[in-house]
Design a protein around this ligand. Sequence first.
Ligand code: XMP
Length: 497
Amino acid sequence: DGYAAAQLFGQGTTYTYDDVIFLPGHIDFAAHDVDLSTHLTKKIQLAAPIVSSPMDTVTEAEMAIAMATLGGLGFLHNNMTLGEQLSHAQRVKRHVPGFVLAPVVLGPQATVAEYDALRAQGSAGGVCVTDSGGVGGRLVGVVAGRDVDFVADRQGTLLREVMTADVEAAQEASAEEALAQLQRSKRKVLPIVNAAGELVRVATRETSLDERRRPRLGKPSTDAGGRLLVGAAVGTRDDDRERVDALRGAGALDVVILDSSQGDSVYQLQMLALLKRAHPDLEVVAGNVVTGAQAQRLAEAGADALRVGMGSGSICTTQEVCAVGRGQAAAVFQVSRVANGLGVPTIADGGIQTSGHVVKALALGASTVMCGSLFAGTAEAPGKYFEVDGVRVKAYRGMGSLEAMAKGSETRYYSDTQALKIAQGVAGTVRDKGSVRRTVPYLLQAVRQGLQDLGARDLPAARAALASGAQRVEARSSSAQAEGNVHDMHSFKKVRW
Ligand code: XMP
């Protein structure tokens, strides 16, 4: 009944996720017993098989922190200077879950108007006042709404005149201790100081409760020292090697991704060799690839993981512009077949819109999925929200769009700087999707249920069933796809995971 994947994908048609369907297996375990832990690379293990894409509208420090906190990982984009990328990477490395990401701190000489401006930008909770005006300065007070509500002269009033100087602070408290203290004090903000009274970080009622409410996902992704894991994208030029040296030298890089739409090139082979020689312990992801032959070349050159996909992303036009690529289900299956045989995990990159796509990618042999559009438009994505036709949106753009290339990402597409620029992606907007901290847990639970339906307790079991042919698959006709979607309803509300 049904086909082995090798039969289905060996018939001359390229298939994407929506074109295929998996036949169910036998269930003898609960969905919460499904173990999603996985390998991102040969050496890095994650509790959740999900990473965010190195795109300039998807992953900067805030997204990378959220992803690692949720058991996945974020890859910082490289459409920014080395200094900027380094500062994002260091922010991830310094972050302690349960505390404010970027505490808002002002000096005692700042005006109430400056406080208002910060609040207008959406900084939550109270503002700490230190003698230096930043983290690391001696804590002298806290300012909250009640301190300034009735101040008439906002330009002329200084924070030192209105701040609450009698601050309850804690010394080097853990997230749990901070929550307990906030509960006791009934205050909104708890500054954490060191023995010298210098501000180290800030806990708020919201961040502490968030950490407690966070559904159990397994452990956050951390290094041997307990700091969050972070990845970064680089290109393959000499200055990209300097980037890796600097990030690695600062202890702020666990895994690097060689970012290219077509990774099977002499540039990546050379870069792999040079990076492996200079940083033997650094995990290097190569790609993107879509065929077994490409996978074999990069795997044999020492890649620690392969990123799979060409033209499958929601903002991609590579297949239309360059006539190359592959349906994403076929690409994930064919690349993973070769790569997994060589002990190299694969990352299914692009085209993920639902939990069903994640299940399909993992069951076709990928060890993790990489998402762009799914995470664009979330609170953690870079950029500010704005309104288009009454809908709250954020910008999302392909790294091969003219807009992104204007900022420097053209090397990803081998764009010839001497010639005309050819776009291989679009720029646009996506809806406000709330916080990944709220949505990713639901997405992962839906994936567990999908694997349970397949009869796979964990990802290795799903991969083994695929390789042996025990997992049966079929292609879906267009009417089967229509049938698999909601139909014949007058109206309905769909919640997508
Ligand atoms: P999703 O579907 O998650 O895809 O939005 C994200 C992935 O798309 C790739 N990417 C591009 N591909 N032109 C392309 O052909 C582009 O401008 C572009 N920008 C990103 C990339 O692999 C990303 O992870």
